[in-house]
Design a protein around this ligand. Sequence first.
Ligand SMILES: C[S@@+](CC[C@H](N)C(=O)[O-])C[C@H]1O[C@@H](n2cnc3c(N)ncnc32)[C@H](O)[C@@H]1O
Length: 285
Amino acid sequence: MTDWYSFSRYLTAKRTVDDRALNRRVWQTLRDNLPRRNPLRVLEIGGGIGTMVERVAAWGLTESAIEYTLLDVEPENIAAAKARLSPPPPHFQMAFVTGDLLAFAEKQPVSARWDVLIAHAVLDLVDVRRAIPPLLSLLKPDGVFYFTLNFDGVTIFEPEIDAAFESLLMERYHRTMDQRVIAGKRAGESRMGRRLLSLLPQLGGEILAAGASDWVVFSGKNGYPADEAYFLHFIIETVRGALENDAAVDSEKLSAWAATRHAQIEDGTLIYIAHQLDIVGKRDF
Ligand SMILES: C[S@@+](CC[C@H](N)C(=O)[O-])C[C@H]1O[C@@H](n2cnc3c(N)ncnc32)[C@H](O)[C@@H]1O
């Protein structure tokens, strides 16, 4: 990716896409099951630059004051979050932690328990079989988890240009997620959404509600909303970058595909859909 591509701008641009996508029934179930405490202690893992904090405030999760801990492994994301959330929303007290979520979960004392645990667009990057038990043990016995935007293996680009080639691209792209290794260990998978539905109950979670939170991005009369054209360019580059060294993918065809999709963003004809699932629940142990 060239210098024009910034992960922090991508996360900022993603906010309006996520706002539309998040499943409102799952959100309402979260609200209905919040422990009645003031202040409410919220931990967000993989919180990036802090857009979920803004959403929790804007959507009025609770009347209580919030002690919000935002954790991310990337120091530059935490630096961006600190700048973005200064000052924090009213009634929020912020704590920022730079670190790996699993290491964090494993070293917390029992007394450091939270009312709400949020992981938004994160669990499909993680070895969940290993991470879920220590993460759930960070919750108080009546605490709730809110795991959102878990990718579930379907990526759609319209209009169709070369169906057979694009079908190969998507198969190979999803495969990179299934084979991802981080710090020498397998991490994440392309169908994490449905996987969590069966895994969570086995790993100590009781699911209270689940539902689709698909990204659906298209251009209206005034073009793409907010900075969503940038979001789309970033997605195309992510796919291209993931496959540029894949011997099963013809590199010239891949470049031509990316050029065509970028041009479609410029003229407002690209439509992008990604299937994802939101899940809310309680610890069950
Ligand atoms: C797709 S981004 C989503 C960020 C944010 N939740 C959002 O939606 O705007 C995934 C985030 O998880 C963080 N992350 C990935 N692996 C992590 C780990 N093992 N521990 C903590 N954070 C992690 C990344 O640095 C990144 O900020």
